[in-house]
Design a binder for this molecule. Structure first.
Ligand SMILES: *[C@@H]1O[C@H](CO)[C@@H](O)[C@H](O)[C@H]1NC(C)=O
Length: 207
């Protein structure tokens, strides 16, 4: 008897890629806590909205090379809100290596299309409409966490303007303050050792 089969059938590349993707999905959650994943989701979404706006700018001046005929002008104005333009913009939303980004665009492409064709006149701010209000991965500035609660010190001036609110603008974090070095305390109203107060009332403090 000779040795066993000389060669096993090779694994099809698609199956290998799917296995790799599945493995990544299985490995990803333990590596990042829920709060970190929420922060990442928001920054991914912010990146998508930024790239979308960049794509809008990049395709805005598209024309047929000057001296457009009437027919071309008509075509151009159609292009402005066309599916072709949308597809061009969507193609450039994510770097191919950015798994989170590609995943988010794929998962929510229908929302983006709906916005493009029906809602962008009424809700011109894609970040706000998409990331905050529709897929709910970000919060308005000065708020944090799953329910977008106000940061310590209030959403107008988180941490009384003397520090950073944990999770500010994302669905993660706990709203606590990391104070600038001159300040301390839960609300960043107290002066650190070696710093002295020059102004202090209920809402403002200068050290
Ligand atoms: C606290 O001080 C700030 C800065 O001088 C001032 O603008 C604000 O009106 C003051 N607030 C109160 C409640 O006195």
């Amino acid at each position: 008897m000779g040795p066993g089969p000389a060669s096993r059938p090779g694994r099809p590349p698609l199956a290998a890629a799917l296995c790799a993707a599945l493995l990544m999905l299985l490995l990803l959650p333990p590596a990042l806590g829920a709060g970190d994943r929420r922060r990442l989701a928001c920054s991914t979404c912010r990146g998508i909205a930024d790239r979308f706006n960049q794509g809008l700018a990049d395709t805005a001046k598209k024309n047929f090379g000057g001296g457009n005929t009437a027919w071309e002008e008509k075509t151009l104005s159609k292009y402005e809100s066309s599916e072709i333009r949308l597809v061009e913009i969507i193609e450039n939303l994510c770097d191919s290596s950015n798994f989170e980004c590609n995943n988010m665009v794929e998962e929510h492409e229908e929302h983006i299309e709906k916005w493009w064709f029906k809602l962008k006149k009424k809700y011109p701010d894609l970040f706000k409409w998409f990331c905050i209000e529709t897929i709910e991965v970000c919060c308005p500035a000065g708020t944090y966490g799953p329910d977008c609660l106000a940061c310590r010190g209030g959403s107008e001036r988180p941490c009384h303007g003397n520090g950073h609110c944990d999770g500010d603008g994302t669905r993660g974090g706990d709203g606590s303050c990391s104070c600038n070095k001159e300040y301390t305390g839960d609300f960043c109203l107290d002066c650190s050792n070696g710093y002295f107060s020059t102004l202090r009332n209920e809402t403002h403090s200068v050290c």
